[in-house]
Design a protein around this ligand. Sequence first.
Ligand SMILES: C[S@@+](CC[C@H](N)C(=O)[O-])C[C@H]1O[C@@H](n2cnc3c(N)ncnc32)[C@H](O)[C@@H]1O
Length: 424
Amino acid sequence: MRFSVISIFPEFFDSPLSCGLLSKAREKGLIEFSFINPRGHSTDKHHNVDDRPYGGGPGMVMAVDPIRRALGTLGPKARVLMLSPKGRPLTQALARELAGEEEIALLCGRYEGIDARLEELCAIEPICVGDFVLNGGEVGALCLIEAVGRLIPDFMGKYESADEESFSSGLLEYPHYTRPEEYEGLKVPEVLSSGHHGRIMAWRREKSLETTLASRPDILAQAALTDEDIKYLKCLERARPGRNLFVALVHYPVENKSGQTITTSLTNLDLHDIARVSCTYGLGGYFVCTPVADQQDLARTLIGHWREGYGLKANPDRGTALGRVRVVGLLDEAIAEITDCTGVRPKVVATSAKAGNMTCAQVSQMLQKEPVLLVLGTGHGLHRDVLAGADGMLRAIRFMDRYNHLSVRSAASIMVDRLLGDIG
Ligand SMILES: C[S@@+](CC[C@H](N)C(=O)[O-])C[C@H]1O[C@@H](n2cnc3c(N)ncnc32)[C@H](O)[C@@H]1O
């Protein structure tokens, strides 16, 4: 494989490519490198490659022409990648894909980046090495060279393999140990000295699952898992931020179509479905808020049927879910109950189909450390006073579309799933 690096700092690569496995791969002829400096292709008498940005602002921009000329020197089969924060994320799967190429050209930007017209004129794929900004593409290019290079056959010694490493199977790798067998009172797990290949494999898989659950639950949710894996995961202790999440369904005060303050009637469907969501996602609780005595009685009768009456015999699971429902008069009572049981006043996050700017990621972050009460409205939505009194308002589901009129129980399910997913 050949890597052709287009950079105004080719010397950046001297040391990293002259040590370790990359240097050996070079010596063995597995990987070749060539460097093209756009300065050498600048027609400017000072070999300048940058200029001030149109529209003003700080920094300089790399000019299109020297880079286009530099790209013109590449072989016909070169796949041209440009290191850029806006690019496709560099993942193990992408590294595997690239390992099959004959020639990869890596275009390294500097300053504020490269004149945007380059991408209109040349076939270039932007690649990003992480959600942060570097001074230039060189460090990113080195990440890519190493991630791709080590997947080339014979790059690694016969005792090393990329197959079991982190991300290869969609999981993080298990922990490693070497001599001494005991250090500062810490012993190497006994199974690793057992010589029992099957037990070692099983232990490693379990540790891999544990590490991934603890450190990267996001990738665990996407990983291919066997029935055995799922059985093991079910037994593991895990942080349950869902316990910090409470839901309130408000029947008063809400607004009608004309913006008047009204009270709505509760529905059996909302009662059941949101209770089932609360139970499935392990929420702290579900409050139904109605100050109307008849409505409170009705809610308690419905709940009683499933908790104690005939419903309990017919479907005990439903009783478990409905056991989560607390009937209160006003939202403030729900807030007071949560404060009492958690010792902390919950952050109140209102919801609306029309407005809201708080992201699910922000609320998920809050759930890691404090209780949050997600407030859902009925009728034509929560009363303006409830919205004004909230600590924040969650961004509407499908906020970019014209039609987003969901039932409140559908909205509750979608929001809770976005906040907690399968692992939270
Ligand atoms: C200072 S950065 C320019 C950042 C650019 N103004 C922006 O905000 O997106 C200069 C160059 O570093 C490289 N670079 C910076 N961060 C990167 C990242 N996360 N992934 C890949 N390349 C990156 C790109 O080649 C970029 O053109």
